[in-house]
Design a binder for this molecule. Structure first.
Ligand code: 5GP
Ligand code: MN
Length: 337
């Protein structure tokens, strides 16, 4: 439930046309993009001047989304982004809660603007330094929260197809196509409303899941065949993908989306890790089923966070170290059933 007081405070802030920035996290996923695009449409329809910014490019598999190409990428045009943030009245932070998740774009928001900051997010442990926080760690996606906020503001009638499409993408991807997370009756009621607004689930599911390159499919085959390591005694599995391999498969950002989930299909595997070499670090993705808390693992070993069953972080060192930390961490976990 969204706090009535916070909704009223937001209503007050939005009563006059404002210059607004919406930001979401580095390596934006379906929920980051979906929730932000939907919120951008709603605010623009209400007469505000709005820009949506992300620290680095959005993944190619979402390129089909309506007006996604109006998204500002800080890495591509830092000055234009910085100027706009500096002149903004409000900054909405969607689908993350630590400014560090914005990389350099975070510095603009920390230092170069006096805008009020509003959080809409579902990650664990939200910090207190927001003027308004709509945080629900039990929500399966930020997109679902955005819909609840739209309803609380009395804007539901004005939800157009692009808003519904964007929210569906977020709700769908953060639940793995309605497979995990808190799949509440409320979530399906919201999806029903989105269908009434024109969302066609089979059509969008094809756009989301059947839109990858041939290279990515070949890479997936290689990962499963050659790279997957199952640690049977720990009910765990992991995969690594280094720079050399990325070159071989003409790797594009987003191509490894979902790889971390694959070994969870194996009977008795309930904890998985995926390690991706990037220019700056080894990016670590962790997933679990049931009671295994990968958020804690990400915090403790990889300076990251996320949710209980889906988290991530970074390792500043070699791939071998990142993997050996994971293997040691497995030993400290309670045995899954
Ligand atoms: P993914 O593995 O898909 O990158 O991320 C899974 C979840 O963990 C997402 O909810 C994401 O926001 C969170 N996450 C991923 N990387 C980081 C990180 O470096 N720091 C924090 N705090 N959260 C992360
Ligand atoms: Mn999310």
């Amino acid at each position: 439930m969204l706090k009535k007081k916070s909704v009223e405070k937001l209503q007050g802030l939005l009563a006059e046309p404002k210059q607004i920035t919406i930001v979401s996290h580095v390596n934006p996923d379906g929920d980051a993009i979906g929730s932000s695009l939907a919120w951008r449409y709603m605010l623009a329809a209400k007469g505000h001047t709005v820009r949506f910014m992300v620290p680095n490019p959005y993944p190619a598999f979402l390129e089909w989304m309506t007006e996604i190409n109006h998204t500002y990428v800080y890495k591509m045009e830092p000055e234009a982004c910085a100027d706009y943030v500096a002149g903004s009245d409000l900054v909405f932070c969607l689908d993350f809660n630590k400014i560090g998740r914005l990389d350099k774009l975070g510095e603009e928001i920390e230092k170069n603007t006096r805008a009020e900051r509003i959080l809409i997010d579902h990650h664990l442990e939200p910090p207190a330094d927001f003027d308004i926080a709509f945080s629900d760690t039990g929500a399966s996606s930020t997109s679902l929260l955005v819909y609840e906020l739209i309803e609380a503001l009395g804007w539901e009638e004005e939800v157009t197809y692009p808003v519904a499409e964007a929210l569906y993408v977020g709700i769908n991807t953060d639940t793995g196509n309605f497979a995990f997370g808190h799949l509440s009756p409320e979530l399906f009621r919201v999806v029903a409303r989105l269908v009434e607004k024109g969302v066609d689930p089979p059509k969008l599911n094809i756009s989301i899941y059947d839109n990858y390159s041939e290279n990515r499919m070949k890479l997936m085959g290689y990962m499963l065949n050659e790279k997957m390591v199952v640690v049977r005694e720990a009910h765990a599995a992991y995969m690594t993908l280094d720079k050399e391999e990325q070159k071989t498969y003409h790797f594009q950002p987003g191509d490894s989306e979902g790889f971390v989930n694959l070994p969870l299909s194996i009977k008795n595997v309930s904890l998985t890790a995926f390690f991706l070499e990037t220019r700056e670090c080894i990016k670590v993705s962790l997933r679990s089923q049931g009671d295994i808390d990968v958020n804690r693992m990400a915090q403790q070993f990889y300076n990251g966070g996320g949710h209980k069953n889906a988290a991530g972080g970074k390792h500043f060192g070699s791939m071998e170290q990142a993997v050996s930390i994971f293997k040691s961490a497995l030993k400290s976990l309670p045995m899954p059933i």
